[in-house]
Design a protein around this ligand. Structure first.
Ligand code: COA
Length: 223
């Protein structure tokens, strides 16, 4: 990887977490050696890799990510007359669903990050995706029940309102939005979820997605 950057500053996470935030591109010794200045560091590694060097450098485990995927041509939506979506709704009700929705992710599971700051990270991200016109409002019986934000066929951020969770309707709401992404030419539908988020894992499984690219996520704080 001659010339490749081993470490990158993550400006949007700096803004949300209120400190310097960096992502290491590898867990090789020369990359780990670049984590020197105060800040919050992330590295994502093959779950089967030897983690000794990470522990020696003060990194701790936070999460395991998996990537649900489905070729658009293979996607079989489960239609339901109550499920629909809109692309032109207001931002505030989407933010209300977003606030406090995420708890399986690496930011909420990292003991060094205040919950309010972890929430702010997702709120900021949703604002940016909304400004770019990439958020489906998910409607159940014409009322807002959740959202899916996407980038190039990847479902990057999604949640249901608490009142609509656990009712078994997510697969119908996902079907409406995913079918539209497929119609618009996305060759493959993908996402990235925590392996511990079993409602999300089972949701994607019920829609015929398979899973690939597991990654263990490690964090380190230098004060
Ligand atoms: C992820 C999310 C959209 C799923 O919606 P949901 O309404 O909770 O899911 P459902 O009730 O439809 O359940 C989905 C599947 O998971 C199963 N499931 C639900 N809760 C479960 C649990 N605690 N353990 C194991 N399986 C579970 C259900 O049985 C269902 O499978 P089935 O269709 O085979 O019966 C919702 O939980 C949510 O918004 N969570 C907060 C935000 C989030 O985590 N987003 C994903 C990361 S970006």
């Amino acid at each position: 990887m001659a010339g490749a950057k081993l470490i990158e500053r993550v400006p949007w996470d700096c803004a949300a977490l209120g400190r310097e935030v960096f992502e290491l591109k590898s867990a090789a010794p020369e990359a780990l050696a670049q984590a020197r200045t105060p800040g919050h560091y992330t590295v994502k590694v093959d779950p089967l890799a030897d983690k000794r060097i990470l522990h020696e450098h003060g990194f701790y485990y936070c999460d395991t990510l998996v990537e649900p995927f489905c070729a658009a041509a293979q996607f079989k939506p489960l239609p339901h007359p109550s499920a629909a979506f809109r692309l032109d709704g207001p931002l505030e009700p989407l933010l209300a669903i977003c606030r406090g929705a995420f708890e399986h992710d690496r930011f909420h599971r990292d003991f060094s990050i205040e919950r309010a700051r972890a929430d702010l990270r997702y709120e900021n991200w949703l604002r940016a995706l909304y400004a770019a016109g990439k958020v489906y409002g998910l409607l159940w019986d014409a009322g807002l029940a959740g959202f899916i934000a996407h980038e190039q066929g990847k479902l990057v951020l999604h949640a249901l309102d608490r009142r609509h969770r656990g009712c078994g309707i997510a697969k119908y709401l996902w079907s409406a939005a995913c079918a539209n992404l497929a119609r618009q030419g996305a060759p493959e539908l993908t996402s990235s979820i925590s392996a511990t988020n079993l409602p999300a894992v089972n949701l994607y499984a019920s829609l015929g997605f398979r899973f690939r690219n597991p990654l263990d996520v490690y964090h380190r704080v230098i004060s």
